[in-house]
Write a protein of this length. Structure first.
Length: 360
């Protein structure tokens, strides 16, 4: 049933209930044309609409200068895509955006060159400092004076239900677009691809469209960024996701320092354990994990006694399964970290402690 079909009876019912049939009376004398009083003007004493009256307006006035449009260019100088970003370090010109904003449209390599456009329409060349595919974050740098940085807040501290503001350049055309909503949930986990699962996302109903990627999600009460707008659900409305600012802070610091994120290394090659293989091996129904096919000599895995054909089922207490692949689980670990691997060998379950190393 259409909305029009539903609303029509309701409207008729309302009109019928609210109509009062007047008694016969003298018809009023019509006023002469041109004698009607003008519509009232706004009162001189009415409060001005501004930052003090509307927190969203205050956020925009404060942080719009920190938000940029990112233009990703081909080697011939032609634009191939665009997104959004925001300044996190004014003195050094660092800008945070999404990795998929700086990637080529046709492959996973970075674009040949980048421009950033500020809210006052200044356009500057930017260089890529570093990017991380597993968290979909990247850092650019510009050389400019009088920049204004946005502050990264504590995404753990923002309460669900808080008012948030998204600023960006949807569709690459509508620069400085502002939308508002609330924090709908926190700690979400969403698959960005078959192998990349983004963790600790902030869910919001603020409108986020193509081109908003990389722009800030701002907690209106504090004027602080609590997320980087990244994903929307294609089969629903009002279902957007931002990478939490606590994740952004850690990854951006590593990218600025090293140009990349170095993750802990076990030193094994593997294949996914299928349900058919699990059944053939006599494992309990529902067993998931990976089968070790090769071990890098001298690696942490070799030093910990892991063997070929071992079935690794857990990292610490987290099961390895299609929704939690090993690559995704290792995102948060760094060289020197210790992890406990649960594995099955010759039908028996055991635990192995591994001190992670540097990738070889």
């Amino acid at each position: 049933m259409s909305i029009r079909t539903v609303l029509a009876p309701l409207l008729l019912a309302f009109v019928a209930a609210s109509c009062v049939i007047p008694q016969a009376a003298e018809s009023p004398t019509p006023a002469p044309l041109g004698s009607a009083p003008p519509l009232p003007s706004p009162s001189a004493g009415a409060p001005a609409i501004g930052a003090n009256a509307d927190p969203v307006v205050g956020v925009v006035q404060d942080l719009l200068p920190s938000v940029v449009t990112v233009i990703n260019k081909l080697s011939n100088g032609q634009p191939q895509s665009s997104g959004s970003g925001f300044i996190v370090d004014a003195s050094r010109g660092y800008i945070v955006t999404n990795n998929h904003v700086v990637e080529n449209v046709r492959d996973a390599n970075p674009g040949a060159a980048f421009d950033v456009v500020f809210s006052d329409n200044r356009k500057l060349d930017a260089k890529l400092v570093g990017r991380d595919q597993l968290t979909d974050l990247a850092v650019l740098q510009v050389s400019a004076q009088n920049l204004k940085a946005a502050t990264l807040g504590d995404s753990d501290a923002v309460p669900v239900g808080s008012t948030v503001v998204a600023i960006g350049s949807p569709l690459g055309e509508f620069q400085n677009t502002v939308t508002a909503g609330i924090v709908s949930a926190k700690g979400r986990r969403v698959a960005e691809s078959q192998s990349v699962f983004l963790e600790d996302l902030v869910q919001t109903d603020a409108a986020i469209n193509e081109g908003n990627s990389g722009g800030p999600l701002i907690w209106a009460a504090t004027h602080q960024v609590i997320g980087v707008n990244t994903l929307v659900a294609s089969n629903a409305s009002g279902l957007g996701f931002a990478i939490s600012s606590n994740t952004v802070r850690q990854i951006a610091d590593e990218l600025i320092k090293n140009g990349k994120v170095v993750r802990g290394f076990i030193g094994v090659q593997y294949t996914q354990l299928s349900a058919r293989q699990a059944a053939q091996l006599g494992l309990p129904t529902g067993t998931t994990g990976i089968i070790v096919t090769q071990i890098v000599p001298g690696s942490p895995g070799a030093q910990s006694g892991i063997r070929v054909n071992d079935i690794i089922t857990k990292v610490n207490d987290q099961l390895i399964d299609p929704q939690h692949p090993l690559l995704s689980l290792m995102v948060k670990f760094r060289p020197g970290d210790k992890v406990k691997l649960t594995l099955i060998r010759d039908g028996r379950e055991q635990a192995v402690d591994v001190t992670l190393g540097q990738p070889q």
